[in-house]
Design a protein around this ligand. Structure first.
Ligand SMILES: Cc1cc2nc3c(=O)[nH]c(=O)nc-3n(C[C@H](O)[C@H](O)[C@H](O)COP(=O)(O)OP(=O)(O)OC[C@H]3O[C@@H](n4cnc5c(N)ncnc54)[C@H](O)[C@@H]3O)c2cc1C
Length: 402
């Protein structure tokens, strides 16, 4: 999503652009996610601060967050930095920069959706966070009202009765819901990226299917070594999602990226849901999609390339069955993807600190699908030396690597 939108915006500004991907665009992390364009996610998700929650995660109870011991040497320093950045005052400062990006997400997607003629993939009726206990519901309602006020988000608090009227297929009486009415749901996230990529090509952009193996600075510009031969260019953008550090390592950059992996599984039941539902106290989502009802899991702190361990799926599925007619799981193996996360919860967008003509656009964490068009526009404006529609300073790479 991020690379495709960057290419699209550069092409709109008259650049000759080649979008290089080892597969078709939109087939990795941006394929299997929950497909929400999250206007409501104005503040990045902080590291949990309640001792009971930390204890629950540390001892492996619950299934919204899982961690793998083999990943600890890599992940722990980054997660500790994430916890440090999650302190209330610091988080509030970072949230201002995050919220500024999120606030533009619907308008910016809308531009691309219209240009690509992809309206049939979008459901603009919002999504619901549902709550099982009164105490959690009341806390969430207070927070939703605060966020609605601060960030002009259309959050609607729905009582137990109202929720039952809006989502009559739910099999349980619940405490209530927050309806995030300004969020969009995408019925096939990979297809949306493909539509954006097709629109980029229709406007004269070029797609190249190749694995980029190395980035080599030249006296003038760059040489890319790829599985399909060499590519010479004046400027290069690295937007490889969770793989972004791989090529940058060869140029001496060490970004403290870590991944929060997640899984999905589709089900064929006559679930009857009107729209996406987040079972907030359990930590999984149910999303009506073209391919069936998609269940996505929370976060797994693991090494990106370690073998899949979809242990969060079974308990999430058991919970979901108490809420809706889930039906049979798809015979396909569960999909796995890696959210590319930075310890300070902000993406890296802007010039590389030590190389002329090298640009970075990665680390959009939990909301990379939401932020693709915003990130693409911001970077294209920087590269084109145009006034930026948002101040890019908070996202500069220099904050992480001197
Ligand atoms: C379970 C789950 C649910 C999520 N739900 C949401 C959601 O509802 N809303 C939201 O906003 N975000 C969500 N996210 C996060 C979101 O999916 C990611 O932040 C986003 O997809 C990252 O996009 P990207 O373009 O940076 O990376 P990717 O989509 O992974 O794209 C990177 C591209 O780089 C290519 N590539 C990598 N290395 C090379 C190479 N060497 N040569 C050539 N090509 C290369 C890959 O083939 C790939 O196409 C979710 C994530 C998960 C795991």
């Amino acid at each position: 999503m991020v690379g495709t939108c960057t290419a699209w915006h550069l092409r709109q500004r008259g650049h000759e652009v080649v979008l290089i991907d080892r597969g078709p665009p939109g087939q990795e992390t941006s394929f299997g996610n929950a497909g929400l364009i999250q206007r409501e996610a104005a503040e990045p998700y902080p590291f949990p601060r309640e001792l009971a929650k930390i204890w629950q995660v540390a001892t492996g109870q619950g299934f919204d967050i899982a961690w793998r011991a083999s990943a600890l040497p890599h992940v722990l320093p980054r997660v500790l930095a994430y916890a440090w950045h999650s302190q209330p005052e610091r988080h509030a400062r970072l949230a201002r920069h995050y919220g500024a990006l999120i606030a533009a997400c619907i308008t910016e997607h809308d531009t691309l959706v219209r240009s690509a003629g992809a309206q049939d993939l979008i459901d603009t009726r919002g999504y619901r966070k549902i709550f099982r206990t009164e105490a959690a519901f009341e806390r969430a309602a207070r927070d939703a009202e605060r966020l609605a006020h601060t960030w002009s988000i259309d959050n609607r608090v729905e009582s137990s009765d109202e929720l039952a009227r809006r989502e009559p297929a739910l099999k349980q009486t619940l405490a209530g819901a927050i309806h995030h009415a300004s969020t969009w749901a995408v019925r096939d996230p990979g297809a949306l990226v493909q539509a954006y990529a097709a629109d980029f090509v229709a406007h004269g952009g070029q797609l190249m299917r190749a694995e980029v193996q190395a980035l080599e600075p030249q006296a003038q510009g760059w040489r890319l070594r790829t599985s399909q031969g060499e590519v010479a260019t004046q400027e290069v953008v690295v937007a490889q999602g969770p793989w972004s550090q791989d090529l940058l390592g060869g140029l001496g950059y060490r970004f403290p990226m870590f991944v929060k992996r997640g899984y999905h599984q589709h089900y064929d039941g006559a679930h009857g849901l009107q729209g996406p539902v987040f079972d907030a106290q359990k930590g999984y989502l149910l999303l009506p999609m073209r391919a069936g009802l998609r269940l996505t899991t929370g976060a797994e702190l693991a090494l990106r390339d370690a073998a899949p361990q979809p242990t969060q799926l079974a308990p999430a599925e058991a919970c979901a069955r108490t809420l809706v007619e889930l039906g049979r799981p798809s015979p396909l193996a569960p999909w796995m993807g890696s959210r590319p996360c930075m310890p300070d919860m902000l993406p890296v967008m802007g010039p590389a600190p030590r190389h002329q003509g090298l640009w970075l656009n990665f680390g959009h964490g939990h909301q990379g699908f939401t932020l693709g068009p915003v990130a693409g526009r911001l970077l294209a404006e920087m590269i084109s030396d145009q006034p930026c529609f948002l101040d890019p300073a908070p996202y500069a790479a220099t904050r992480l690597t001197p």
